[in-house]
Design a protein around this ligand. Structure first.
Ligand code: ADP
Length: 396
């Protein structure tokens, strides 16, 4: 069978990230971003595997118009051979435990899940509906961020709140970043020469959003994000865990509205809030070098909270085959990896300084000190995992 090509589409409210994934090549033949959609400044940027870059102004284009402008570019890069489209969908609730071929019933079910992800699912659906109109003859597959975590045991996914909130309103922990945790845990097993079906991992996905996960025999057993992607670790602009009474406290003492508190916790907190400087780890590391107190504190809190969460995830494991670092920060920051692992001495973890320094910009591998439990840097590749899931559902 000739190598097949899958277009992977990830729609935000005003953007589309896309990648053409070929079975035959590890590099994407085409990848890019359409942004500022539905404004006068709408623009598409793309890059080919030979590093050629280009962009096109598409003033006023919405998701559908941008996708239709992309059509000839995608077709050109795929040599006219496109076999399917994989759509990233943030929330699948309890309905979706795996990637799913999209039909009218699936579209309805994604719509029904929208209250759990009001910012993300409607945008994902816009992309699905536009792509299905433009590519009516291709199979479309939805790959859910939450699906991998549907194997959490009930004692890990239930909140200690009245049970009717769960049974009638779906209030429980779902977890996110499932596509990344799944991809890197499989890669880690390959790198370690283990069978994924008999392996036990702690994983830290550290990007703009951050989460930890305990993965046993290829299945997620616990994860740090919950009902929404706000729970858990300190992130770029998200607070992660706080005292749930903070809402009431701010409303009573400062008269803040729910919307204002939500905005503060999602957009103004995390690394940005703590440092008073930036949500970007690179900027914070540079500022820390120059003695910036806020940046120094933000990095300390960030690393301590990653370690604390990993230690908690350890409760879900019977043994540890390794700790995985991934995501923009996990793959590129020897400083964050070093500080995090330093808090985990109780687990016997320690790093080799040179190996830790070497693993940046797409270079992965083991970074533990000799004789200590395995620690791996594993570059994530959510687009490839979405393409693999899509390929697995194509008609034979
Ligand atoms: P997203 O969650 O949006 O996919 P990424 O996984 O790309 O985000 O991660 C973005 C984060 O990675 C930013 O905080 C960025 O500063 C950080 N990062 C990227 N390169 C480096 C680096 N060389 N050193 C430290 N942090 C880095």
């Amino acid at each position: 069978m000739p190598a097949r090509n899958i277009l992977v589409v990830n729609c935000g409210s005003s953007s589309i990230k896309f990648a053409l994934v070929s079975e035959a090549h590890s590099q994407f033949p085409l990848s890019g971003l359409a942004e500022r959609l539905s404004t006068q400044d709408a623009v598409i940027h793309w890059q080919c595997s030979d590093q050629r870059q280009d962009s096109m102004l598409v003033s006023g284009a919405d998701h559908r118009a941008a996708l239709s402008q992309l059509l000839p570019i995608v077709n050109g890069a795929a040599g006219g051979e496109l076999h399917g489209i994989g759509h990233r969908v943030v929330h699948g609730g309890e309905l979706f435990t795996t990637a799913t071929l999209i039909d009218a019933r699936v579209v309805q079910a994604i719509q029904a899940t929208a209250p759990l992800a009001p910012l993300h699912n409607p945008a994902n659906l816009q992309g699905i509906e536009a792509a299905m109109k433009l590519f009516p003859n291709l199979p479309h597959v939805a790959v859910f961020d939450t699906a991998f975590h549907q194997t959490l045991p009930e004692h890990a996914y239930r909140y200690a709140v009245p049970e009717t909130l769960y049974h009638q309103h779906g209030v429980r922990r779902y977890g996110f970043h499932g596509t990344s945790h799944r991809y890197v845990s499989r890669r880690a097993a390959e790198m370690a020469g283990l069978s994924v079906g008999d392996s036990s991992w702690l994983c830290a996905h550290l990007g703009n959003g951050c989460s930890t996960c305990a993965i046993v025999d290829g299945h997620s057993r616990d994860t740090s994000m919950g009902l929404t992607p706000l729970e858990g670790l300190v992130m770029g602009t998200r607070s992660g865990d706080i005292d749930p009474n903070l809402h009431g406290h701010l409303a009573r003492t400062l008269g803040w509205s729910l919307e204002r508190i939500d905005r503060m916790l999602n957009n103004d907190s995390g690394l940005l809030g703590l440092s008073g400087l930036s949500n970007d780890m690179r900027t914070l590391e540079q500022a820390r070098e120059k003695g910036h107190a806020g940046a120094t504190l933000a990095i300390e809190v960030f690393c301590y909270r990653v370690a604390k969460s990993l230690a908690a995830m350890g409760c879900a494991l019977q043994r540890l085959d390794g700790l995985i670092f991934t995501g923009g920060i996990g793959e590129n920051s020897p400083l964050v990896r070093h500080k995090t692992v330093t808090h985990l001495r109780l687990f016997g973890l320690a790093l080799d300084c040179e190996a830790n320094a070497r693993c940046v910009r797409g270079v992965g591998g083991p970074i533990q000190a000799y004789g200590h439990p395995r620690v791996l840097v594993v570059p994530t590749n959510e687009e490839r995992q979405i393409a693999l899931d899509t390929l697995a559902l194509l008609p034979a």
